[in-house]
Design a protein around this ligand. Sequence first.
Ligand SMILES: [Zn+2]
Ligand SMILES: [Zn+2]
Length: 335
Amino acid sequence: MNRDPFEVLGLSRDASDDDIKKAFKTLAKKYHPDLNPGNKAAEEKFKELNEAYRTLLNKGQRVDDTGGFGGFEDRDIFGFGGFADIFKDFVFRSKGEDLRFDLDLTVDELFSKDSKDVIIKNKLKCDTCNGTGAKEKHTCPTCKGTGKIRQASKNLGSTFIIMSDCNRCSGLGYITDKKCDSCKGYGYIYKQESIKVPIRKNISEGTYAVVPGKGESSIGGSNGDLYIVFHIKGDDKFAVEGLDLVSRLHVDARDVIKGKTLDLEVPEGKEKISLKKGETKLIIKGKGLFDKRGKRGDIILNIVPEIPTDIKEEELKEIDRILGKHKEPFVSAVK
Ligand SMILES: [Zn+2]
Ligand SMILES: [Zn+2]
């Protein structure tokens, strides 16, 4: 990008995130291609705004920037929900609504699965009536099929022409005589669809992937997109604490006393690690979850010595001899 992104958005360098969002929102509306059909300059300006916005807020995380997400398209310009938020109030938007699907992945799924099937329930245009909801219809006589009515209005000494949706046909331009049998007149139907979502171990909490065209359909427009938002959940082996994976490692008391090299099964595979004498915690650096920039957390294993509970009286004497003088319990801070 050539120009200073602050300058592009008309902001000073100390602008806050909120200022940036506000400026972007206002300018993006002004220069949106749907509002400026055929206007090359506006189109360029719109592109430039997006780039500036992205540069400043570094919004949205790419799931697919190293490949392997075939059919998935990165949409990091607006950040999740941004597009729908900005343009939802505008009638010119002919694209169907974007859908959001929150997908929970366990630690085990994240590291061992290539994909996960999700079932989405999608609102689709009825093919029978092509989304009109009508089996039989006639052109609205009030608006002559345009769906709009024009009214003159005097204000501050000037006359304005106000365009509004036709009341008689609700802006559709036609009046339904008989409803479509397939969709009962709604113009759309709900359909379940199974989608295979690719999984990579560097997916981080809150990252999303976009499946283009799998959102809701719109009458006379293109389909919205499906946003899959990933959430990483702990499972029966590892709890998620930020980027760290935390667990308990149960070890034979003798191994804790003597120390031992352990072959451990961690989410990513096998790990050889040496347990030193009396160690209470093992940390495997850089083998935890990924953050949005690819930095990784650790695996933290709290050692639980497995001690027999059925030691006999005479055997306890032997233990007393080995352990020496009895120690009183004491506390110490974590970390
Ligand atoms: Zn129909
Ligand atoms: Zn009408």
